[in-house]
Design a protein around this ligand. Structure first.
Ligand SMILES: C[S@@+](CC[C@H](N)C(=O)[O-])C[C@H]1O[C@@H](n2cnc3c(N)ncnc32)[C@H](O)[C@@H]1O
Length: 274
């Protein structure tokens, strides 16, 4: 299960309608691009991901770490698939359920408040899975990938979008800022390590793409929007978390500029059961 400071961080972020979040989100995206995401995904990336993973009306898709549910809702609306989202953050799950009901999609969308390391689903429940900017908080990634493999049927597809990092021994100060002073875990890996871990868990890796082409722009916008609304953020979340969050975006931007951080999409297919 996630630790309490991580949970608090996401509780604050998943209140999409709070004054600070509304102002920040309006700075980052034009209204049509704000689908309730808490990540670097925008509608065109969801469209392309769904196309490349071949997701359609016959699919039942698992969204690992569904957050406030925006991407799951968008995927269900645009492809006609069913989506089950799983996230341990109860505020995210409540917001997601509200979005699904408001869209009249309660019959095709379901959100469960649980830890993806131990999912309450039978083997082979899903035809496809995705995860958008989640897995760097997970320590045992092979364990998570095996669990996703378990709930996917034969030939199930998994589209994993994640930040990838090239961090080394001398990067303690960067790590401190990226982990918001060690309150949010960062279990970073390179793209090559991800490939190896996916294979170890029983996936065939079909494609690895540096996916979010405007990643730098998005990080810069998240940082600038947090800075512009720092007083509202301080008031809502407390001064220290708000300032740590700013330092996180600054550190992330430095890494992207140095070519040491990216956002990769791994398109995979479930191979033989592990
Ligand atoms: C950066 S947010 C991304 C949310 C969503 N995928 C999106 O694109 O809007 C990361 C999410 O991962 C969730 N998370 C953290 N640990 C998890 C776990 N063990 N199982 C499932 N989700 C987890 C957090 O609660 C949070 O909602």
């Amino acid at each position: 299960m996630t630790d309490s400071s991580l949970d608090a961080r996401y509780r604050a972020l998943h209140r999409l309608d709070s004054p600070a979040n509304r102002a920040i989100r309006a700075d980052i995206w034009p209204p049509e691009d704000d689908i309730g995401q808490q990540s670097f995904i925008t509608p065109r990336y969801v469209d392309e991901l769904a196309r490349r993973a071949g997701i359609g009306p016959d699919d039942h898709v698992l969204d690992v770490g569904s957050g406030a549910g925006g991407p799951a809702l968008y995927l269900a609306e645009t492809t006609g698939c069913r989506v089950t989202g799983i996230d341990p953050n109860e505020v995210g799950v409540e917001v997601a359920e509200g979005l699904a009901d408001a869209a009249g999609l309660g019959d095709r969308l379901r959100f469960d408040c649980a830890d993806a390391m131990r999912m309450p689903y039978a083997d082979g429940t899903f035809t496809a899975a995705l995860s958008l900017n989640v897995v760097n908080v997970i320590e045992d990634k092979v364990g998570l990938f095996r669990e996703v493999r378990r709930v996917l049927g034969q030939r199930g597809r998994w589209a994993l979008l994640t930040g990838t990092f090239e961090l080394g021994d001398g990067d303690d100060e960067l790590r401190r800022r990226l982990t918001r002073d060690h309150t949010v875990p960062l279990h970073d890996d390179t793209a090559e390590r991800y490939r190896a871990m996916l294979v170890e868990a029983g996936f065939v890796v079909d494609e690895i793409t540096e996916y979010v082409s405007d990643f730098r722009t998005q990080i810069a916008r998240w940082g600038a929007a947090n800075r512009a609304h720092i007083d509202a953020l301080r008031a809502e979340q407390g001064a220290t978390p708000a300032e740590r969050h700013l330092a996180y975006f600054d550190a992330y931007l430095e890494l992207v500029d140095a070519g040491r951080a990216a956002n990769h999409l791994f398109l995979t297919t479930a191979g033989s059961p592990p």
